[in-house]
Design a binder for this molecule. Structure first.
Ligand code: GDP
Length: 352
């Protein structure tokens, strides 16, 4: 058969070719599929089955600022709650360049090889300013991204840390319901984001570098106090000697801090995310911590305390936004700000 007769054989009476019909019908199918938004119940049952598309859709609803989406998100979370909680939540912090994404990739891959399902989330206070996010860069965690037992979600954007943190907490619940048993939450060691992450995880890991010369001066005391382990990363090559020295220094420093409520003595460990060394030991340490804190009931107690904290935080956020969104308040505030600008009132009188 010649090329011409072949193509005419595939044409129907109206002169429409078979391939055009197939294309048109698949386009309609795709359009119908897109239009047929899954119901709340469908999303819940798909999430529980571990369906990643449903999980991503639900997270998008959580992150939306549309009140209708938020209402649906709330219903989904309610439906997922009974399937949540069965995970280990690990917070990971450290200054940019310390090797967080390299570490998370190495750690995540190790966990998936021992049969874990890993979700990686982020809280990035800079993302709302830069419109980027610490996990947004696709070149980061290249191998983990492709791993079918890993789920990576970039930091949600938002105008306030409180809002971003709320979205991340709700996302944790959704990931747990979808069967992820190890949740890592990454944050940059700037601003207040570590505090937010610390208040939503079971174990808080601080990544540090050796040889920066300011091991003890340059770090925020608060972060050290929050850490359940300090891992000195890049303990490889020429850096190994300095890393070993830093370990001694940090260990000494850690003993100066009062005992933690968990009665856990944080360890300082060496690791090389690049060479995938020390990763297994860290996981063993985290497991020992989980065992220890479950035995002395701190694990449960801490999660309850965190829930109470987030209840109060949510009420506060909600009251604030309700208050500032009232039209009369908006007008009055505008007026009072102008009066302050013109030196005609004081902040206290204006606030009254
Ligand atoms: P982040 O900004 O904290 O996420 O840091 P990255 O993971 O992007 O790492 C910053 C740089 O440090 C990259 O060039 C990495 O290849 C390098 N790096 C990360 N971990 C190690 C390590 O264990 N050893 C060495 N030598 N380099 C590392």
């Amino acid at each position: 058969m010649t090329k011409k007769s072949k193509s005419s054989a595939l044409q129907n009476k109206e002169g429409v070719s078979q391939s055009e019909i197939t294309n048109a019908s698949s386009i309609t199918k795709i359009q119908q599929k897109r239009k047929a938004k899954p119901t709340t119940q469908e999303l819940i049952s798909d999430i529980i089955k571990g369906n990643i598309t449903a999980l991503s859709r639900a997270i998008t609803l959580v992150e939306s600022s549309n009140p209708k989406h938020l209402e649906q998100a709330n219903d989904i979370i309610k439906g997922c709650l009974q399937y949540a909680n069965a995970s280990v939540r690990i917070g990971i912090t450290g200054v940019p360049g310390v090797g967080k994404s390299t570490f998370i990739e190495a750690f995540g891959i190790h966990l998936t090889t021992i049969g874990k399902k890993v979700a990686v989330l982020a809280i990035d206070p800079s993302s709302s300013l830069s419109k980027g996010s610490i996990l947004g860069d696709k070149t980061r965690m290249e191998d983990l991204v492709k791993n079918e037992n890993a789920f990576i979600r970039p930091s949600p954007s938002g105008s306030s840390l409180g809002g971003v943190a709320r979205k991340t907490r709700e996302t944790i619940i959704l990931c747990e319901a979808a069967g992820f048993d190890t949740i890592m939450i990454e944050t940059v060691g700037v601003g207040q984001s570590e505090t937010a992450v610390h208040s939503m995880v079971d174990f808080f890991l601080l990544l540090k570098l050796a040889g920066a010369g300011d091991e003890l001066q340059g770090i925020k005391r608060g972060i050290i106090e929050m850490a359940d382990a300090i891992a000195i990363n890049k303990a490889d090559g020429d850096n190994l000697k300095a890393a070993k020295l830093a370990k001694v220094e940090f260990n000494r420093a850690l003993h100066l801090y009062p005992q933690k409520d968990s009665e856990w003595q944080p360890k300082v460990m060496l690791c090389s995310a690049l060479k995938q060394e020390g990763i297994e030991d860290l996981w063993k340490d985290i497991q020992s911590y989980i065992e220890h804190s479950k035995e002395n009931n701190y694990f449960e107690h801490n999660r309850k305390e965190q829930n109470k904290f987030w209840l109060l935080q949510t009420i506060e956020d909600r009251l604030k936004s309700d208050f500032f969104n009232q039209p009369t308040i908006k007008d009055a505030l505008k007026l009072q700000l102008q009066l302050i600008e013109d030196d005609k009132t004081t902040p206290f009188v204006a606030a009254e």
